[in-house]
Design a protein around this ligand. Structure first.
Ligand code: ADP
Ligand code: ASP
Ligand code: MG
Length: 447
C-alpha cells in the first residue's frame, strides 16, 4: 500500500491512512510512504540555496520542515513519552540534515550524491511519524529503513533498482515481520547502493518503490493511494469533466505513465508485469470508491480510447543531413550521441531529409547538439508539447486517426506517430495550444 505526498500531508491525512490500513490487516500490508506533500521540493530548494551561498536561508528552510513535522506529530501522538521520543528522533534527523547542508554550503558544491542524501530526509521523516502513529492506534508496526533492502546502482538521484538483489534481500528483511502479524512501514523513493550510500529514484519514485516491493514479496496486489479517484481520462488539471477508468491493461497504463500521466511514475508497471501483480489506484480521501484496476488483460469489448495524456515541456530536435540520411549507419550515429549523453528519446519521426526527435530531459542538450552538428544541421524547438492518445483497441478501430485529426483541424500538428505497439497515437503541438488540444480531444471522445 503506497501513500503519496498529499495522502500523508498532515495529521488528518495520516489518520486517514491508519484507518485505511486497518481494513487490510489480514492481507499483511507493507506500507510505503512518500514524503509529506511538497517536502521533497522544499528539501531540494534547501540544498540549492546552501550551494548558492545562502546558509541562513537554508537553515531557515530546515526549521520550517522541522516545525511542520513536529506539529503533525503533536497532533497525532497522544502518549507524551512516545511523543517526546519521536521528537528526539525528528530532531536527530534534522541535525544530521543541517550538517550535510553546511557541508554543501562550505564547499559551494552540490553533487547528485548530496542531492539524494538531502532528499531522502522527506521520506525518513514521514515514515517515522507514521510508524509511531500506527503503533499508537493499536496496529503493531515495525519501521523498516528501505535502504536495508532496496538496492540500486550509483546514479544517485536517478537510480536504477538492482532487481535480483532486492528480490533476495527484501523477503529476508520483511517476511519475518509480516509473519509475526506486524505491519511494515517503509519509505518510497529512497534506496541505497550496495556499499551503503543513499540514493533515490527519479521524482515521483515512491510508486516505483511500491511495485518493486510488490514484486520482491510476491504481493497479491499493489495499491497506489493518491488524491484522485483513479486513472482518469485526462489530466484533471487540464480537463474538468474527466472520467475514471475502471480497468486498464499493464501496457496501456505503462504507456500513459510514460507519456506524462503524473498519477503513476513511468516505471511503476515494469515490476508488476514481471510477476503479473494487479495494481490498483485509489483515492485516500474516499477509500470506499473503487478506483482503477491495472492488470494483464481486460474485457475490452466496450473500450475505445482510454485516456489522453501529454508532456508539456519537451524539446524537439530537428536533425537535417541530406547527404547522410540514406546512408546506412546514420541513425546509429545519431543514437550513439544520445546514448553517450544518457538521454532517452521519446518520439522519432523521419522524412527523407530530416529526423525529428522529442526529448523529455534536455540537461545534456548542448553537448548533444555539438556532436550532432559535426555531421548534420540541428535546430531546437522549445515551444512544443507532446500529446498521446492511449487505448489497446486503437488498432482495431478504423478511422481513429481520422477523427483525431479532423477535430484538431485548426491546430498545427507535427511528428505524428503511431507506436509499434499500436496502442498509442502521439503527436506534437504548439505548447501554448496544448490545453485547447487536450480539451478538444477529450470533448470529442469522452464528452
Ligand atoms: P501522489 O503524491 O499521490 O503520488 P501525484 O501528484 O504524483 O500524487 O499524482 C496524482 C496527480 O496526478 C493527480 O492529482 C492529478 O492531478 C495528476 N494526473 C495527471 N494525469 C492524470 C490522469 N490521467 N489520471 C489521474 N491523475 C492524473
Ligand atoms: N517524495 C518524492 C517526490 O516528491 C517521491 C514521491 O513522492 O513519489 O518526488
Ligand atoms: Mg506521485
Amino acid at each position: 500500500m503506497k501513500f503519496g505526498g498529499t495522502s500523508v500531508q498532515d495529521a488528518e491525512a495520516m489518520a486517514r491512512v491508519i484507518s485505511i490500513v486497518k481494513t487490510r490487516l489480514k492481507r499483511k500490508p507493507v506500507v510505503v510512504s512518500s514524503a509529506t506533500a511538497k517536502t521533497t521540493d522544499t528539501l531540494l530548494n534547501c540544498c540549492r540555496t546552501a550551494a548558492e551561498g545562502n546558509y541562513e536561508k537554508a537553515t531557515d528552510i530546515i526549521r520550517q520542515i522541522k516545525d511542520r513535522h513536529i506539529k503533525i506529530s503533536s497532533e497525532l501522538i497522544k502518549d507524551e513519552a512516545k511523543l517526546e521520543e519521536l521528537k528526539v528522533k525528528i530532531k536527530d534527523l534534522l541535525d544530521g540534515l543541517r550538517d550535510i547542508i553546511k557541508g554543501i554550503y562550505l564547499l559551494s558544491e552540490l553533487s547528485e550524491r548530496s542531492i539524494a542524501k538531502v532528499a531522502s530526509h522527506g521520506e525518513l521523516l514521514s515514515t517515522l511519524i507514521l510508524s509511531y502513529a500506527f503503533n499508537e492506534s493499536g496496529i503493531k508496526t515495525e519501521y523498516v529503513d528501505a535502504r536495508d533492502f532496496m538496492y540500486t546502482n550509483k546514479d544517485f538521484s536517478n537510480a536504477e533498482p538492482l532487481f535480483d538483489v532486492i528480490c533476495s534481500k527484501a523477503p529476508v528483511r520483511l517476511d519475518k515481520i509480516l509473519n509475526s502479524g506486524k505491519v511494515v512501514v517503509t519509505q518510497g523513493f529512497i534506496a541505497s547502493t550496495q556499499d551503503g550510500i543513499t540514493t533515490t529514484f527519479s521524482r515521483g519514485g515512491s510508486d516505483y518503490s511500491a511495485s518493486i516491493i510488490g514484486m520482491a514479496m510476491n504481493a497479491e496486489e499493489v495499491e497506489i493511494w493518491t488524491d484522485v479517484d483513479g486513472i482518469l481520462t485526462a489530466d484533471p488539471m487540464i480537463v474538468e469533466e474527466t472520467k475514471i477508468i475502471d480497468e486498464i491493461t499493464f501496457k496501456e497504463a505503462a504507456e500513459l505513465a510514460f507519456f506524462g500521466a503524473k498519477v503513476l511514475h513511468p516505471s511503476t508497471i515494469i515490476p508488476a508485469v514481471e510477476k503479473n501483480i494487479p495494481v490498483r489506484v485509489l483515492n485516500s480521501h474516499y477509500p470506499e470508491r473503487k478506483g482503477t484496476l491495472i492488470k494483464k488483460s481486460i474485457n475490452e469489448k466496450d473500450s475505445f480510447i482510454k485516456s489522453i495524456t501529454s508532456k508539456k515541456e519537451i524539446t524537439v530536435l530537428n536533425i537535417y543531413s541530406p547527404k547522410m540520411l540514406l546512408a546506412h549507419g546514420f541513425l546509429k550515429k545519431i543514437f550513439e550521441v544520445f546514448d553517450k549523453h544518457k538521454t532517452s528519446v521519446d518520439v522519432i519521426t523521419t522524412s527523407e531529409v530530416n529526423v525529428s526527435l522529442t526529448l523529455d530531459n534536455d540537461e545534456s542538450i548542448e553537448g548533444i547538439i555539438k556532436e550532432l552538428s559535426e555531421f548534420s544541421e540541428v535546430n531546437v524547438d522549445r515551444d512544443k508539447s507532446l500529446v498521446c492518445i492511449v487505448g489497446s483497441n486503437l488498432k482495431y478501430i478504423p478511422g481513429v486517426a481520422k477523427k483525431v485529426f479532423q477535430v484538431l483541424g485548426e491546430f498545427n500538428i507535427t511528428m505524428i506517430s503511431q507506436g509499434a505497439s499500436v496502442i498509442n497515437i502521439s503527436f506534437v503541438v504548439d505548447r501554448d495550444k496544448l490545453n485547447d488540444v487536450i480539451k478538444t480531444l477529450h470533448k470529442e471522445f469522452f464528452g
